[in-house]
Design a protein around this ligand. Structure first.
Ligand SMILES: [Fe+2]
Length: 553
């Protein structure tokens, strides 16, 4: 064997090993994102064939190119470049094909034991649903009762699915119930006996936690999501509202598994009422979202619903039911009718949650359609709090519609009342710095407003610059809740957005956090506050921006 032949063999073996590693790791990723949920044995076989074929393919490629290169007098660099292109393009093409493939339904295909979590039924006073997932399709079985020592075995149906729902009805209001999943179920929890309490039938003090974007993708975001989840557990709220983007891609079973690793820490014992985001919708994932969370949806198309708790009414809006960041007209009509109905029932407090950024100084655009519809509506019906996520930080606006002399519609007659808006996107996902809040180019938008003083519609140009990277809070205690520093944006110190004044922007901070909504004083007082995961109040630089408000009616 001469030197040239030895070199050929060395290069071929090297390429073969590289292709094994590359295809092997790629296959592993694919298995754990989509396909493994079908038939594990088939996937194992498929993996072996894939890796083997990958190696063979690269070897053949190398051999052919090498032969051609000597005939065509192609240099070594060209030869390696072609090999690299092959190794990159083929897997991308394969994965692209998978990504465009069918959505895997979590009730039919799931590979982990996850949950449990509880959600309100149609009437939170008397109806509750317990849900969990199993890696094997099995019969639904549960132990349930008002005492942990005396639980009755219930078999709800004969369906053998991976996703299980136990629909409980005719419960007693304001009563604590205990439950236990059947003995074959083992999830990553600290206990195996869980409990929940039904909503009160009369005014009673209660506490709601609101938490934003979680979308865990890997161990870092699982860890930050757990930090927030542990904070919520410590709050022991009456129920939790999530603001969308629970999952980073709703069509993937593995991604739902990641999501399930954190929120059931509290949702096993606390009703969990979620809103849905663009990531939950990704790839047709809304099908899974609807299955996983069987709320009393108002329509068969779109994931929107509402419920009463005490003398408050909570509306969960779906920003995506008419497609890409668009709401259907029928949902808009439903929201208005729902507010009117709630008020007619005597519900004193009205709160709305959704996912997309109606306002933001972050990296996403402001959803103009949502804004021009909801701001006048919230003002007209005196909505008490509006909560959303999508941009991964905390922000607060106090917007008195019309105070800046601008209206969306000339026919609007503003009430002169304040409306509070909170962006709460710090539930565990990567924070805004990772999306470029400090570095993006200025964003320029032109919007058409009706100017009250000139009595005419006119374009208003708004510019949003990146945040100032030197403005951060030097808090060793809370720094762990940001990917870097706790950057803040206080427009009374420095404004980076020309539309801050229009919308009454108050304060923002980049940190993991959750929000707390408490009703007290026989239903007459509402306190809303924002907290770091350890429970501390967000206070801003030099303790000047305490994020807590008290409202009385
Ligand atoms: Fe989002």
């Amino acid at each position: 064997m001469n030197n040239q032949q030895r070199r050929n063999i060395t290069i071929t073996v090297f390429s073969f090993l590289i292709s094994l590693i590359f295809f092997g790791s790629f296959t592993y990723f694919v298995i754990f994102t989509r396909i493994r949920t079908v038939y594990p044995w088939l996937i194992s076989l498929f993996s072996v064939i894939w890796i083997g074929l990958g190696g063979l393919f690269i070897w053949l490629g190398v051999y052919t190119i090498r032969t051609l290169s000597s005939r065509l007098n192609v240099g070594k660099r060209t030869f390696f470049a072609l090999g690299l292109i092959l190794m990159v393009i083929i897997p991308i093409g394969e994965y692209g094909g998978l990504a465009l493939g069918p959505v895997f339904h979590v009730d039919e295909l799931y590979y982990w034991n996850d949950g449990p979590y509880v959600t309100f039924g149609k009437d939170p006073q008397t109806e509750m649903t317990i849900s969990w997932l199993t890696k094997t399709a099995s019969r639904t079985e549960i132990f349930f009762g008002t005492s942990p020592d005396n639980m009755e075995k219930i078999t709800s149906d004969d369906l053998r699915n991976h996703l299980h729902h136990l629909y409980l009805t005719d419960l007693t209001p304001n009563t604590k119930y205990y439950y236990k999943i059947n003995k074959n179920f083992v999830a990553d929890h600290e206990s195996d006996t869980f409990s929940f309490t039904t909503a009160p039938s009369s005014n009673k003090d209660f506490k709601v936690i609101l938490v934003g974007d979680m979308q865990p993708t890997w161990f870092d975001t699982l860890r930050t999501g757990e930090l927030v989840a542990r904070g919520i557990v410590a709050e022991n709220p009456d129920f939790v509202i999530q603001l969308g983007d629970l999952a980073s891609s709703g069509d993937m079973a593995q991604i739902w598994h990641f999501t399930m690793m954190n929120f059931p820490l509290y949702a096993a014992n606390t009703p969990f009422q979620t809103t849905f985001g663009n990531h939950d919708y990704a790839g047709g994932g809304d099908v899974n979202a609807r299955m996983l969370f069987p709320y009393d949806y108002a329509a068969s198309q779109g994931l929107y619903y509402s419920f009463d708790y005490g003398n408050a009414h909570f509306i969960s809006v779906d920003n995506f039911d008419a497609g890409h960041y668009e709401m259907s007209d029928s949902q808009k009509v439903w929201v208005e009718t729902d507010i009117i109905d709630a008020k007619s029932r005597g519900q004193k407090w009205i709160f709305i949650s959704f996912h997309h950024t109606i306002f933001t100084t972050g990296t996403s655009g402001q959803n103009w359609d949502l804004q021009s519809w909801l701001v006048p509506l919230a003002d007209k019906y005196d909505v008490d709090g509006i909560f959303f996520g999508h941009d991964h930080h905390y922000e607060h606006w106090n917007y008195t519609y019309g105070s800046s002399g601008l209206l969306y519609n000339e026919t609007d007659t503003p009430s002169g009342n304040e409306t509070h808006y909170w962006c709460s996107g710090g539930g565990g996902a990567h924070l805004e710095v990772d999306y470029g809040v400090l570095t993006h180019s200025p964003m320029i938008d032109q919007r058409m407003f009706y100017n009250i003083s000139s009595a005419a519609y006119e374009p208003i140009t708004v510019t949003r610059d990146p945040w100032n990277s030197s403005r951060y809070i030097d808090s060793t205690e809370h720094k762990i809740y940001a990917d870097g520093e706790l950057y803040y944006h206080a427009p009374d110190r420095e404004s980076y957005a020309t539309d801050n004044e229009i919308y009454g922007y108050q304060y923002g901070e980049q940190t993991l956090h959750y929000m707390k909504l408490e009703i007290s004083n026989s239903g007459n007082t509402c306190t809303i506050s924002a907290h770091y995961p350890n429970g501390d109040l967000l206070t801003g630089p030099d303790g000047l921006y305490h994020q807590i408000w008290t409202f009385t009616k």
